[in-house]
Design a protein around this ligand. Structure first.
Ligand SMILES: Cc1cc2nc3c(=O)[nH]c(=O)nc-3n(C[C@H](O)[C@H](O)[C@H](O)COP(=O)(O)OP(=O)(O)OC[C@H]3O[C@@H](n4cnc5c(N)ncnc54)[C@H](O)[C@@H]3O)c2cc1C
Length: 383
């Protein structure tokens, strides 16, 4: 692995930096978990697409730039350096996109990937059900074949930003006699289809993008199924791997937070405890370690290797790091940590980030489940 950048990579970095400086909104957008902020973030997705920056690793034919993973990491570093907004389209571009790339037909690729890269269709992930969260194989929502359609009934829950998204992708039971992970299919559908009801769930921070989705005999064309009927589990496992692995939480995000944490520490050094100094140092070192590890994984993938159950290690690492950094920031802020907005009306981003960081060990598969995966598949321990 080469730890220095080539002149071409440096030139690419300069190109991204210049574009970000010219285009990133000058003041922060509202949170993407609320309607107004979500719409602002969709606008940002379209600005990114206008510069062809929607998904830089994708083939040019689908609105990408065909770049390798090292350039993607450089892109991400510049993205967070410029304080660019979080991606409202993350379910699409980081999870569904790679899944369609791997399992979709040419027709599906042409139909779904380009509008995704352009920010024209925003996606929600509809997997979890009231009794099928960690135990996803317990899914009960069903899709019954009727000619060239499926008729979908059931309920999904905990669907991020489903209250605002245009389409969802999810797993549905197409073989009604099947058990566990057999007989499931991976199906895409518009959330404005007749028979779909989206009911927002108010989160701890008060926003209502999170939602339950109810399906009452919703008709979906069979061509909206990704891969074969009954093969949904394997497809979903690949999507989950993308969620826990490289793309969803790039190291640049945590390096940017670690840098802000160091600045916060310096501003509060006079009153900070020795323990806070240690926590800040540790966080900074951990963010750097995560970045170096990601460069190593990216190099391995580029050399033809794969990231399998190791994605679970990543997931635990970034979620615990994020929580630790925000907890340290809250202690540095003292009583001011609890203010939602400051006197000048600006949002207390540390508090917002802290509340969100609490969910990191739960979403993308809870950390307890990731530990089970590591124990069984990486360490070979008995179930
Ligand atoms: C912010 C946020 C966003 C989310 N976004 C989405 C989304 O967009 N789409 C979607 O489909 N879902 C989403 N989820 C749901 C998420 O994937 C589930 O909450 C998660 O998988 C846990 O499932 P559960 O809530 O049903 O908890 P349960 O499965 O009931 O688990 C409860 C607790 O028991 C533990 N546990 C369960 N089984 C075991 C076991 N075998 N061994 C050890 N411990 C175990 C779990 O780790 C957890 O701590 C989101 C959740 C959050 C918090």
């Amino acid at each position: 692995m080469e730890l220095t950048y080539t002149p071409e990579q440096d030139a690419f970095r300069a190109e991204v930096r210049a574009w970000m400086e010219a285009n990133v909104p000058k003041s922060p957008l509202k949170t993407l978990e609320g309607r107004e902020g979500y719409d602002q973030h969709v606008e940002w997705e379209r600005t990114l697409a206008s510069g062809n920056w929607g998904m830089v690793t994708w083939p040019e034919a689908y609105g990408g730039r065909n770049l390798d993973l090292i350039r993607w990491l450089i892109f991400e570093e510049e993205y967070f350096r410029a304080k660019a907004p979080l991606r409202a389209n993350q379910n699409g571009i980081f999870l569904l996109g790679p899944t369609i790339m791997e399992y979709g037909t040419d027709e599906q690729k042409a139909r779904f990937l380009t509008p995704m890269a352009k920010g024209e269709i925003m996606w929600a992930q509809a997997w979890s059900e009231p009794n099928a969260g960690s135990d996803m194989a317990a899914i009960r929502s069903r899709a019954v074949r009727d000619g060239d359609h499926y008729v979908i009934s059931g309920q999904k829950t905990w669907s991020s930003r489903a209250a605002f998204a245009d389409w969802c992708f999810g797993l549905f039971r197409t073989d009604q006699d099947s058990k566990r992970h057999k007989g499931l299919s991976f199906i895409l559908l518009p959330l404005n289809s007749p028979g779909v009801t989206v009911r927002p769930i108010r989160q701890l921070h008060g926003e209502t993008g999170f939602a339950e989705i109810f399906f009452d005999e919703v008709r979906v064309p069979v061509e909206n199924r990704i891969a074969g009927e009954g093969e949904g589990w394997n497809v979903a496992m690949a999507t989950a791997g993308f969620e826990r692995g490289l793309m969803l939480r790039s190291p640049a995000r945590f390096q940017a937070t670690a840098k802000r944490l160091v600045e916060l520490f310096r501003a509060n050094e006079a009153t900070a405890s020795p323990a806070a100094r240690e926590a800040v140092t540790q966080a900074w070192a951990d963010a750097e370690a995560y970045a170096l590890n990601t460069y190593m994984v990216a190099s391995t993938i580029q050399a033809g290797g794969h990231i399998g159950a190791e994605a679970s290690l990543n997931k635990i690492f970034w979620s615990e790091l994020d929580r630790a950094m925000h907890r340290t920031a809250m202690s540095l802020l003292g009583a001011a940590a609890e203010l939602r907005t400051y006197a000048d009306g600006s949002l207390n981003e540390w508090l917002e980030g802290y509340i969100f960081s609490l969910s990191g060990p739960i979403y993308a598969g809870s950390n307890e489940i990731q530990r089970n995966i590591i124990a069984e598949r990486l360490l070979g321990l008995p179930r």
